[in-house]
Design a protein around this ligand. Sequence first.
Ligand code: MEV
Length: 438
Amino acid sequence: MNKPVAGFSKLSKEEKINWIAKEYFSTPLEAITLLKNYWNSDEKIQKLHDEFIENTISNFYIPLGVAPNFLINGKYQTIPMAIEESSVVAAAAKSAKFWSTRGGFKATVINTEKIGQVHFLFKGDVSKLELFFAQTKAKFFSETKSITKNMQKRGGGILDIILKDKTDLLDNYFQLHATFETKDSMGANFINSCLEQFAKTLKQEAQSYELFTASEKELQVIMSILSNYVPNCIVRAEVSCPIEDLAEKHITNPQDFAERFVQAVQIAEVEPYRAVTHNKGIMNGIDAVVLATGNDFRAVEAGIHAYAAKSGHYSSLSHAKIENGIFKFWLEIPLALGTVGGLTSLHPLVKLSLEMLENPSAKELMQTVAVAGLAQNFAALRSLTTTGIQDGHMKMHLNNILNQFEANEDERILIQKHFKLNAVSHSAVVELIENLRK
Ligand code: MEV
C-alpha cells in the first residue's frame, strides 16, 4: 500500500516527480522521462505553466486547432479551438463553410448581468430585517467604493442589491442578492471581493442596529460567492435560409432534410436523454473556444446546463423551425466570459487565440462562442439525420486507431485507401492491420 506524504507541496518539482515515480511506477525512470518529455524547452514558458497551479509535475497537451471561414455578423473569423475529440474541429469548419454561402451566422448579446450572493441566517422579525436592509443599502455601495472604483471607470460596477427571503426553502435563510456589470472581465474576483465586503458591512451594521434584539444582531453569514448561473447574461446565435438553399451533396431533398432536422431538435426539446447528448454536442464547440481563450469552461458548463433545465425539465438549448419556406435554427445561452484579466494576458496561447479573434470585447467573444456551439450542433444534426454520425466520426478516429497500432507509412496509405470506400469500425481497422502484418 502507498504511504501518505507530509509536506508534499514544499518539495521541489524534481523531488515531487521522484516521489511519485518511486511510489507508483514499476519503472520509475520511464515515468520520469515521460513527464520531462512534456516539459517546455523554454524555461520561461515552463515556469509560467508551473506557477498556474500547485504541485505541477508536467504539462498535459490538448491540441489547439482552428476552424476557418466563420462568417459572423458579416465578418469572417478563424476560430481557435482547444479540444481532444477527433471530429469536432472538422465539423465546425464544415458548418462554417456551409453557412458562409447561406448568409452566415448572426449573433446578438441580449444582456450581460452577473450575479453574486451573500447567504446568511437571521432568526427574528423579518419586517425589522427588511427595514434594516432599506436603511443600510447605501452603505453596501459606499463601503465597496475602493473595490468598484476601477470597474466604474470602465463602465461597470454593482447594479443593484436586494434582500431575498428564502425561509420558505430553508429555516432562517436570507440572501443579499447582488447584480453586477463587469464589462470585458469575467469578473469573478471583483464580484467575490464586493460580496465579502457586503458580508462585513452586513455583520457590522446588524451589530449596531438599535431595533434589533440581541439575537437578531447575531445574524450569521454562511458564505459569500458569485453565482455561475447567469440567466441574464445571454447571447443568441442563429442561421436561416430558404429551404431550397439547404441543398448540397448529402442533402438531395432539402424539404425532407429541413423537416427531419426540425423533428430532431423537437425530440431534444422534449426528451432529456436526447437533450443531454444534443447539448453535449453544442458544448463540444463552446468548451473548445472557451478553453482556447483562457476562460473557465467549468463555470460555463455549469451555468449552461442549469439554463437548459430552467423550466424544471432539462431540454435542448437550440431550437429550429420552418416558417414560410425559411429554415431557421438558433440557440440562446448564458455565457459569462472575459477577454481581460485571468489567464487572458498570462497564457501565451490564450493571448495568441485572442489576437486571432482580433482581440474581441467580452460581448464579441460571447457571440463567437455561441456561434461555435450552434455550428457544432448543426454539424451533428446534419450527420445524424442524413449519413449517421459514425461515418464522419470514425473517418476522423481512424488516425487515432492507426496511431494506437503504430502503423507505418505504407500501412497508413493502404488502410486509408481501403476505408475511403468502406465503413470504418474499430474491429474492421484492427482486422485489416492484422491481415497486412501476417
Ligand atoms: C459527440 O461528441 C456529440 C454528438 O453525440 C452530439 C449529438 O448527438 O447531437 C454527435
